[in-house]
Write a protein that binds this ligand. Sequence first.
Ligand code: ADP
Ligand code: XUL
Length: 530
Amino acid sequence: MALYIGFDSSTQSLTATVIEVEDAAGRREAGRRVVAEHTVVFDEALPEFGTLRGVHTSSDGRTVTAPAAMWVAALDVMLAHLRDTGIDLAAVRAVSGSAQQHGSVYLSAAAPRTLAALDPARPLAPQIAGVLARPEAPVWLDCSTSGECRELTTAVGGAEALATLTGSRAYERFTAAQIRKFAATDPERYAATTRIHLVSSFMASVLCGGDAPIDPGDASGTNLMDLVRREWWPLAIEATAPDLARRLPAIRDSWSVAGTIAPYFRQRFGFGEAKVVTWSGDNPCALIGLGLVEEGRLGISLGTSDTVFAATLRPGPDPGGSGHVFASPAGGYMALTCFANGSLARERVRDAYGLDWAGFSRLLESTPPGNGGALMVPWFVPEITPTVDVRGPIRADLDPEDAARNVRAVVEGQAMSMRLHSQWIAPSVTTIRATGGAAANRAILQVLADVFDAEVVRIAPPNAASLGAALRAFHADRRADGAPIAWTDAIAVFTDPIPDAGARPRADAAEKYAALLPRYAHLLESGIRW
Ligand code: ADP
Ligand code: XUL
């Protein structure tokens, strides 16, 4: 019996999914199950870090960071929980992880020695705090680097060139712009930084007590990687910050083994010689966890951000300029569009009318598809797709006092934005696989099904990103042991849809949305010009 753990170090929480695979040959049917899934919510479990929804936000809402020590403190809490609830950590053959993308962690010259000799008698956070050249890590919600994006774009020969080479135009949250800002505004601490990790490679480094590589899936979120060659792109690196190349970790295949789990974890929690498989970003891991290892199906993640994505064989960038192409951890590529106003916007509307999720769902179901023509562009925080700086939703024919219509308007607006901005990924789809915290909400899934005129299905484990990480650990372990399995075999059973847990499109509602889409597109356009 082999166990594999996938972690998901996301914006608001750390989740672990533990899977069991019956025999070393990894038979498809029997003997595959999820043994445990547990979430540690940062604000609740670690209040000493003073985060709100996992982050620290400046008063203008543009600079958004998180304490990197909090992420490793959560790892201690998580592993103690798994051990104390009877998970046999000695039976774990490999661990891997998924992390919020783009965020960066800055380590000092003391890091290699400290990480190699972590003291199992003391918690992780204070030990790691000592090697952070910059305690606060900029995260994907940051949008304070517009100037740096412009400079980077000019230096590499324009937005087209950058998108063609790296898969994305310059984005505020992408790591290149964040590093550039840090090097310019805090040159002393930049000089004291010897290694810049992504959240994914930082967490993997702590687990293996060394210097883990970055996988191509997460490196695609930096604006620094040549997407086809899967190597750092020297021109972008030179344009970003002085002497950056030596500060970046190596890029290695997503299925590479970064090392063996460090003595700290063996002694403190009872692990054996588990492999640490290179971590990836949460969206690339969700692609695997939703079973999207081949072209043809769309995935939607309704987490802190909402993302729409699919596997693709071609690395062609979004002609509209707002989407991204990332490397897929299964080989090939993934096309993705990301919205900052996902759960954050749904929560704002829920809270504005004093609702809980049950009340939110009741009001959503009490209103008709199309909302009687009432519309909302739900820009509560600066939006990524399309990139707009305005804060505050745009309402059309919608009374702000009308709770029920505002609830429907936020969900319909999000679904219509997703439909419009995923045309470049898939002009039409018949099935969507949904994950993320809000995928538990059937009323929201029904709106998605009607707007896309497609069936929405769910898989059994709630968190596709941590499941995807566990499946990556399993796949890589088999490969490293000389008994590789195909991706379609690795994901079998775990990613099968649960019958009747999603939503089917209703013809009359789908017709209404098809008619409404051009009007919504027009409202979005006017919002951009606003
Ligand atoms: P992330 O991984 O980005 O931190 P999750 O995928 O864990 O986020 O999703 C967390 C979000 O899920 C919460 O912020 C909350 O808004 C949302 N959520 C949880 N339950 C529901 C529900 N029943 N209906 C709608 N949204 C929900
Ligand atoms: C993707 C993105 C977010 C983060 C946080 O480009 O910024 O989805 O990965 O989950």
